[in-house]
Design a protein around this ligand. Sequence first.
Ligand code: AHR
Length: 655
Amino acid sequence: MNLKTCLLSCATIATVAVTAHASVDISVDAGKIGPEIQPTMYGLFFEDINYGADGGLYAEKIKNRSFEFPQNLAGWITFGNVELKNDGPFERNPHYVSLSAAGHNDKHTGLDNEGFFGVSCVGGEKYRFSVWARSPKGANLDVQLIDSASTIVAKERIKVTSPEWKKYSVEITPSRTVNKGKLRLFLAKPDDTVLDLEHVSLFPVDTWNGHENGLRKDLAQALADIHPGVFRFPGGCIVEGTQLPDRYQWKNTVGPVENRPLNQNRWHYTFTDRFYPDYYQSNGLGFYEYFLLAEEMGAAPLPVLNVGMACQYQNRTLDAHVPVDSLDEYIQDAIDLVEFANGPVDSKWGALRAEMGHPEPFGLKYLAIGNEQWGPEYVERLAPFVKALREKCLEIQIVGSSGPSPDGDKFDYLWPEMRRLGVDLVDEHYYCNEDWFRDNAARYDNYPRKGTKVFAGEYACHLKGRKYNLYDAAIHEAAFMTGLERNADVVYMATYAPLFAHKEGWQWRPDMIWFDNLSRYLSSSYYVQKMYAHNKGTNMISVTSNGAPLTGQDGLYASGAYDKDKNAYMVKIVNLSDKPQEVNVDLNKLPKKSVIAGVEIETMTPADQSPECDTPSIETKSLPVTQDSKAKNRTYVQPVVLPAKSFSIVSFTLK
Ligand code: AHR
């Protein structure tokens, strides 16, 4: 070798060496399409915590609309002659108010409702006011929306003509937007003598999908935009009850809304520093509405039912729970729920579903029994549910619990017990810090591949101090989730928790979506969920670096999915380190004659910080691609620089 050749060759080696050192090779095995990824894989977990339902997703603006709070006039201010009575038309909500003339000129009788952190309205939008009323001699009711300075922004008059209870409604359109207003109702004229009012309600006309007893459009849309595969409801701890009578009872949440009884919400008193004595469950957003929401979002419904146990955190003794030989009512509730969701219209519960507007079955396939239960006391109660459901509800897959933590004694005891009982999925919960999320991307790599599957039913990265939703937590979640995707033959469902938080009424943080009366704030965690769900794919594929999965080497994490409907390979890569890193993504062993139509990279990086949650920046661009049919049908993109703390999805779409 002469000097010139040697210099050239040494320079080449040096370049290669630098490149090899600086870049990480990520190899996608496109030749082997792996097991199916479940359509349920990425979903949503809803709980009425942080004013998630009443005051949140449920679009009702009136608090204590049926006068059933323990202080019956909580949320209301009365003036003139207002009397509370309890022989109203709705058996399970018997209270109402009776307005009578104030007895003097220029003196009025009526009442204001303060709403949830104010009654809000948007100028120019229509609202439907409704009330059940009766008046022995007929009376006129003035309905006003007022701002915080008592200035009227909308008004209408309702003529109550019947001495019998009847529903009256009117549409009102505010002249301008108000965040913290009130609803004001009063007898309009001096000769209006007596007027009884019950179930006072105010909804936007424009709810999500236009349902009358509907959902706040912006919040429901945010859920639907994720394209969730599964929708778990109604919680969480609220399923359990501080005592069994306050447990969530689905039968109290169906049928006419006026007759759905109030329930306490355990989140009103759980934390003394976040105490909300006016936080109750109206049950206006109930099981019918949850099933409908799931259907309209295209998600599989996953209800969670009480297993005959009150909250184990709030009760340390076994006598808080139903004796094992007295579970019949609870088991029947489960069987009846399956009939409500799936039964024919001539069955008792199927008929109620049809009467409520949905004769077609909801197609329920999954049912969780018990929330975050633990110990032998859970196992011995779950067993008779499993037996009964196996006998009577063959279409149902049962979800059991592994307790409140991702490891430890309770977890270690429950998993074998769940397998012994033969449940189909086990619900795992992890509210853990960033170290846990960083270190657990390989958590499922060695789980048994056969038998009971995993439902990662509640998880979120909790940074020190559990502040609002910070980008750093979200990027740790994205890194961890590569491990869910790589193990999609074991993990069938995953849902971040909690879902919602009202800025003025939260008890728990972080949460995926923040909101106030007029706006919503989508966190970085929300966008991580959305990016995964939109690129879920249908089958697993192998993604490796140096022959091994990327589970944190150099701060890099990767996984992949193939989508047979889109004919696309999607590679998720998280750079958790605080420096940019270069990667080479190679698609190997493509079937012969495959032709790449295009390659795109979508990248999430930190962007805005707001007091509620960080919002990321997400950019998509095309990448130049090289297809080399000689080298084992290898297709690769030019080296890609992944920004520090970024989550990227490289998608190769075939023609
Ligand atoms: O998501 C908040 C709470 O965390 C849930 O209600 C409960 O299941 C868990 O402990």
